[in-house]
Design a binder for this molecule. Structure first.
Ligand code: PMP
Length: 360
């Protein structure tokens, strides 16, 4: 078997143990004589899989009883619209913190469905930092405050939870969910596409405080309305069963490996290794202010962009793959989610040192 070190931003590396378990069970899940892919989503087997996944996720994140957990489809991008449909009327104001590409997309989409307002925008500093809270202009009557705790493209991460001053706080946690413990009680809605830290694409997690259910505006499509979805156990229609199952295996793997405290410790260690290597070199650089640097996505550039192509091809030969930066910004980016082993990061740091010696 040959496995690369996969630094893709998403879909991204999954734990090898999870893939092996899935392989083991692919034709016959627990003596059922069926693959999970072949099961009715309403049958006893899949019902057990779905229940276990939810209960493991609740344990990992210590989700309080007054929150519903939904396993949906449509990706985080669909949630950009679901949030205003569920929490705002067409004439309501909703506040957005804009810290990079994904929050920009979120506010633009929401603007089609409510009066989405930019409460802070770090454009003036080219999105390499988060403006301090005393520079945000929050509307006390906003339907909610939305932010993107981790900007997957820019590599900017909030290392604190914003104080939304009493309005529901909404977070797009697509690229840092499960990377560390969080206090769910501070949030009204959390959503995340699964394909980075949770499992395969096709599954979207929503965690919503129960008192925010049932507020969706007139005309909200039922598939986008959290309340009927919650009442139907996320099964208003056929859910993304296989992705749900794999996410469940990932949750089990996290529990078996020390839970989110352990993940946080490992993630901090991996990120430190990488940022130190970048900062100590005169050849690589990362533009993000130190206290806003992402533990999950590390963008960097070479001193000479002409060398990008050969850096990438030599990295690929060393089995360090998918290091190209997002097409919108160029440069390089290493995504180091939970399932990226520390050895992968070390191999990358060694490769970078080697490259610098040859070209720097
Ligand atoms: N938000 C963030 C922070 C993301 O990283 C991504 C995907 N890279 C998205 C939203 C869009 O997710 P999806 O493709 O699941 O719609």
């Amino acid at each position: 078997m040959s496995r690369i070190y996969n630094f893709s931003a998403g879909p991204a590396v999954l734990p090898l143990e999870v893939l092996e378990q899935a392989r083991e069970e692919i034709t016959d899940w627990h003596g059922s004589g069926m693959s999970v892919m072949e099961m009715s989503h309403r049958g006893p087997e899949f019902t057990a899989i779905a229940r276990q996944a939810e209960s493991d996720l609740r344990e990992l994140l210590a989700v309080p009883d007054d929150y519903k957990v939904l396993f949906l489809q449509g990706g985080a991008t669909t949630q950009f619209a679901c949030v205003p449909f569920n929490l705002a009327q067409a004439d309501s104001v909703a506040d957005y913190l804009v810290t990079g590409s994904w929050s920009k997309k979120a506010v633009t989409e929401a603007g089609r469905f409510c009066r989405a307002r930019i409460a802070a925008d770090s454009a003036t500093t080219a999105y390499v930092e988060i403006l301090p809270p005393d520079e945000w202009s929050l509307d006390p009557d906003a339907a909610y405050l939305h932010y993107t705790p981790n900007e997957t493209i820019g590599g900017v991460e909030f290392h604190f939870v914003p104080d939304s001053r009493g309005v529901p706080l909404v977070a797009d946690m697509s690229s840092n969910i499960l990377s560390r413990p969080i206090d769910i009680g501070k949030f009204g809605v959390i959503y995340a596409g699964a394909q980075k830290n949770m499992g395969p694409a096709g599954l979207t997690l929503v965690i919503v405080r129960k008192n925010l259910l049932g507020l969706a505006r007139e005309g909200t499509p039922r598939m986008m309305d959290y309340a009927p979805m919650a009442a139907a156990g996320s099964m208003l229609n056929t859910p993304s069963t296989y992705s749900w199952y794999i996410a469940g295996l990932v949750f089990g793997w996290l529990l078996d490996n020390g839970g989110l405290e352990q993940m946080e410790q490992q993630n901090r260690g991996k990120a430190k290794l990488l940022y130190s290597a970048i900062d100590q070199s005169g050849f690589y650089s990362n533009p993000v202010r130190e206290d806003c640097r992402s533990l999950m996505n590390v963008p960097f550039t070479l001193a000479d962009a002409e060398l990008d192509a050969s850096f990438l091809s030599q990295a690929a030969e060393a089995d360090l793959r998918n290091l190209k930066g997002h097409r919108s910004v160029g440069g390089m980016r290493a995504s180091i989610y939970n399932a990226m082993p520390a050895e992968g990061v070390q191999a990358r740091v060694d490769f970078m040192g080697d490259c610098e010696q040859r070209y720097g």
